[in-house]
Design a protein around this ligand. Sequence first.
Ligand code: AMP
Length: 132
Amino acid sequence: MGTVFSRIIRAEIPAYKIAEDDRYFAFLDINPLKAGHTLVIPKQETDYIFDLDDGTLAGMVIFSKKVAAAIKKAFPCNRIGMAVLGLEVPHAHIHLVPIDSLEDMNFRNPKLKFSQDEFSSIAEKIRSKIDF
Ligand code: AMP
């Protein structure tokens, strides 16, 4: 069956997709800290990010860089914060969060609630800025 994120890659579970290539997949975090909060995952299912082989890890950061550029265009902010926690889902992932202050990246903050339409339009806004 695999992790919930592998099931998202296989489209067995719905997600607000942002981008995909042969090795990586990006989609909106369903419990966002900010509008545009996105997760980047490798298609190769590995729990701990630092267990990824060097090439996969490096490629994941480069893929994240492209996604981050699109998020920043769609949701203007000081910068895109990048974080790795991995305490909840055992499938390596990078959080990309538009931030203007340290507080915006506080994972203890209450998460935002969006309707399906709002999530869809956030995803579409970012997808329209993707330049791969
Ligand atoms: P962590 O493993 O601590 O980095 O947190 C996992 C993140 O994945 C959390 O921010 C969750 O909101 C997010 N998440 C869990 N399940 C889903 C899902 N089905 N779709 C989108 N995001 C998810």
